[in-house]
Design a protein around this ligand. Structure first.
Ligand SMILES: Cc1cc2nc3c(=O)[nH]c(=O)nc-3n(C[C@H](O)[C@H](O)[C@H](O)COP(=O)(O)OP(=O)(O)OC[C@H]3O[C@@H](n4cnc5c(N)ncnc54)[C@H](O)[C@@H]3O)c2cc1C
Length: 319
């Protein structure tokens, strides 16, 4: 008998999973509350394992770009260490989501709806790919249902023009950090993080004003980016998932941010979501055991979660 799989959330994790599940064996439905969110967003750095999955399903954006050199600086611009060699490849997030969406077979049903009670879904397997606010996580581990607040806010933007080679890299110190990278099409991707007293929903202008105040001692290139940032800047409060010891229970499974939302410092959140989805699809397609799947994915992704937090602390504690 054909099994029914309900995927709650059609973001990076949910779309990758739906693209890879065997349509001849499974009836797959994606429930996505806000499909219009897919066109919003800036850039993402993708590491090798995630790129290999995307290549396999023909969803790696061709316009991806890999900066090969940069430096770690103190916030004021003094160079701490040069960074050489291939880092992550930068891709446009809306392009990535569009390509993932095109890779989903036409047999997959797509419903635009918010799932409020995942336990009532009529499916043999219910996959929570529903991000850090996951409703499915509580069905896997009731004590980990709620997301965890941090005091950090991230700003992200893309502006015209390529950064100078001496400007590329990260700027750390005194509770703030900034990253600057070249993007394809003669553009610059930048992000900042600082401790904020503001609460969601944010007015971008207010967050920018707060950041400009907090970055007054930063390198000129950082201050210029913030001064020139406009209303298209993305302001995001950073939330993380609580620690989870398992990602599957009964007919419920969580992947991506639902399982292990982490601070963005290692650039591993979306990468881990893509690898979770691909390995889960391979396991389910081959009739494998979900316990064996999670025995591999839980340690790898919880380590990234802890490592990202440690890197954030180091970056912000740099004098
Ligand atoms: C500032 C910043 C920079 C980052 N940079 C990087 C980077 O460079 N590299 C990297 O790998 N990662 C990065 N990340 C992390 C990355 O963005 C996330 O890990 C990734 O988006 C997680 O994808 P997801 O599909 O698991 O969750 P989401 O992207 O959160 O998708 C979840 C989807 O589920 C839907 N949904 C939620 N609840 C329901 C419901 N009840 N019913 C129906 N639909 C629902 C939502 O609308 C959404 O579309 C960064 C994150 C931040 C904040």
């Amino acid at each position: 008998m054909t099994q029914r799989i309900a995927v709650v959330g059609g973001g990076i994790a949910g779309l990758t999973l739906a693209a890879l599940l065997d349509p001849s064996r499974f009836e797959v439905t994606i429930h996505e509350a806000q499909p219009e969110r897919a066109v919003a967003g800036s850039a993402l750095g993708l590491w090798g394992a995630a790129r290999r999955v995307l290549r396999r399903i023909g969803a790696l954006p061709e316009t991806s770009f890999r900066p090969t050199a940069g430096a770690l600086h103190r916030l004021d611009g003094r160079r701490l260490v040069s960074l050489h060699g291939p880092g992550p490849v930068l891709v446009d997030r809306p392009t990535l989501l569009a390509q993932l969406s095109s890779a989903v077979p036409s047999s997959v049903r797509r419903l635009t709806e918010e799932v409020t009670h995942p336990a009532t879904l009529d499916a043999d397997l219910i996959v929570g790919a529903d991000g850090v606010r996951s409703r499915v996580r509580g069905l896997v581990e009731p004590s980990a249902a709620e997301r965890v607040a941090t005091s950090y806010v991230a700003l992200r933007g893309i502006r015209c023009g390529t950064p100078g080679s001496g400007e590329v890299g990260e700027y750390w110190g005194g509770g703030r950090l900034c990253g600057i990278a070249p993007m394809p099409g003669d553009r610059t991707y930048w992000f900042t993080t600082h401790r904020s007293t503001l609460t969601e929903p944010f007015e971008v202008a207010q967050v920018l004003d707060e950041a400009r105040e907090q970055f007054t001692s930063a390198a000129p290139v950082v201050r210029r980016l913030l001064d020139e940032a406009g209303p298209d800047t993305l302001a995001t409060a950073l939330w993380v998932a609580p620690r989870l010891a398992s990602y599957a229970r009964g007919r419920f499974v969580v992947i991506g941010d639902a399982a292990h939302a982490m601070l963005p410092n290692l650039g591993r959140g979306a990468c881990s979501a893509i690898v979770d989805a691909a390995t889960l699809a391979d396991t389910v397609n081959s009739g494998g055991d979900l316990r064996r799947w999670q025995a591999r994915r839980v340690p790898a992704t919880q380590l990234a979660r802890v490592g990202s937090a440690a890197l954030m602390r180091t970056a912000l504690a740099t004098p």
